[in-house]
Unconditional design. Sequence first.
Lengths: 273, 265, 285
Amino acid sequence: MAYINVEDLVLDFSKYDDDGKPMEPNRALDGVSFSVEKGSFVAVVGMNGSGKSTLAKCLNGLLLPTSGSVEINGMKTSDESHIWDIRSNIGMVFQNPDNQLVSSIVEDDVAFGPENLGVDPEEIRKRVDEALKRVDMYDCKDKAAHMLSGGQKQRIAIAGAVAMRPSCIVFDEPTAMLDPAGRAKVMGIIKDLNKEGITVVLITHFMEEAMEADRIIVMQNGRIIGDRTPAELFADTEFVHEAGLELPTVIELRDMLGMDKKIMSVEELAENI
Amino acid sequence: MIRDITLGQYYPGQSAVHRLDARTKIVATLVYIAALFVVNNFWGFLIAAAVLFTVIGISRVPLKFIFRGLTAVFLIIAFTFIINLFMVDGRVLWEWKFLSITYEGVRRACFMAVRLVLLIIGSSMMTLTTKPIELTDGLEKLLKPLSKIGVPSHEIALMMTIALRFIPTLMEETDKIIKAQQARGADFESGNLLQRAKALIPILIPLFISSFRIAQDLALAMEARCYHGGEGRTRMNQIRFHRGDAIAAVLVFAFLGVIIASRWI
Amino acid sequence: MSIEVKDLKYIYSPDMPGETTALDGVSFDVTEPSVIGIIGQTGSGKSTLLQHLNGLIKPTSGEIYIDGECITGEKKNLTDVRRKIGLVFQYPEYQLFEETVAKDVAFGPKNLGADEEDIDRRVRHALELVGLDYDEVAEMSPFELSGGMKRRAAIAGVLAMEPSILMLDEPMAGLDPQAHRDMLGLIKRVQQEMNSIILFVSHNMGDVAELSDRLLVMNKGRIVMDDGPHEIFKRRDELSDMGLSVPPIAEIAQKISDKHKDFESNPLTIGELADDIKEYRKTNR
């Protein structure tokens, strides 16, 4: 069985009018089904408000299904007895680098997760050092979090997730607020983590980043409207535009030159000139 | 200007003061503050100041850094000084209409200002030489016995951790919002009190919204990292009482004794 | 309209452990209506420069003249400065505060002392400029708008002050692809309509290449290059030393040249590169 199994997931947000009476709820996810194999790299794309972030929060039980189910390694998120097990297995990195660090000092923040899990102090020390080296931030372990750049903060957030030794990390637009240098560094770390066997779910607006994934899930209005490999997705220009996305530059150039739809990289494109 | 506030900031170092157990420093600071209120003459302040500057010397936190922090609260000190200057009856030195300055007033004003300055420097020494997490851990441990009578020691400590973490973030946010509204022609400096208070609305509303957004994001991030209260939590840094702490404790209470004695000088 | 900046210097927290020279002798001038992109790594001084031009920060030394008038001297009426030169901050949607979109957009003109009729005209015009439908959004709460629309409403709030010079700090940051395209269109439209000077800061070299007539490259508080985008993006090695890249399209052109030694192209847009490749194919067939 797949590592993540989402079946017919529906999620409603309750709404109330000015008098506090319940109104027609807002349906954020509407019958979403997909699965993710252990060790794979899945990207989720779609316009703002398509339900991507809501979906991410369902994967570790931060939001619970209105109906349908989310299963992680055979455990249902709706089963309260598994919730901490699930959250320690599914790490999460959010968009805003400023708002997800708990402690003022870098290494204390990275220790926050393992501390919550009740890990032994010496073991925490080891994990924190390892995680910080992993994201290339070991030299900053004594620094104040608010003095770091956005990209550095985001790397600390990744270290915080890594220190919990998860088998999967969900990234919710981790590079949206970073400059190009920070973005490249974070993307490099995400790819490396995946190579080391960590399952990656990456929610992103950047098609160049989505291209790195094994599979791209396209969302619109709370539904999955496409679940394809990057090659398949970017061969279908019309579909990409309908979904409110854009083509990676290489692909756009390929199409302008009327070249073979199989071409996916600059190198291939150059060869075919 | 917002960057100049050193109160609550940590100045990294390896000095003997830095290495003390946070609990020792918290208790020492409390004793020091208490001592400042016991003092009733300038000799006592002289001793208290001498002790404070010795500690600063040992800590190797640059004086410039500490005094810059003081300028941020200069207004409070000046206000205290002026209030006391005019509010005390006694031998009149200077008079103008309903205002009068008395000998006792001058004495009292100087007294209060010195007390306030020592108090601020003294307590900022604690935060300057203690990592925030150690400080809150220390506080949690000190409050632990009280949790039996229902004091939420873990929660108090966590709130402090988060407050210390987000003070700089919110300061930056405030600075940004003020500038953004100024760029839209907002004027915070002229008009009467009511107009000025009204002028703050364009700052306060975005600031509230930002704070809520931060709180929401942070709560999610904490939950995602398996935070579920203080129960079953471990700590990476185990705080321990060392020989240095014992010496410091003895010195602190010796100091308190001297200060009490100074009342009769 | 013109901007003249002379030897601008700014030091943060002087005499403190955190002392940093944010601007270190910045000089440039702009005399013609144009779109000017400012690029540089985080911390190179771009945002600080914009805030100086708006009179939000007083320089440690140096002078700024807007339309020939010095704004850095003593006791300047800064409202007059802000009437002439508008500044849109990064993530401007975070500064919305009024009950309705119309009221929020009216905040700026009101501060300038415009009368009600004039304010209404300005609000309508500004909303139209940013592509929001007045009848639809005017009475809505700004917090009900989508992310991209919120940002446009916030920009309308600055446009309603009808500045002759507009500055934007990372106007595209954090937008989804659709909203990103809208924003590019918005800037072009505003430039055409106002026929004025637009200064914008961006990390996205693709956007910079597409929008700018001229580029200022900042590094460690100095302007190190000041030229047209074609000329600047030719100097890729120098840019790379400063931690900057060339637009993705120039990157692709370079990789094609690596493969085909006789292929030469210095494109700023995808169309230019496609044309160069078509030309190359013809001659090599």
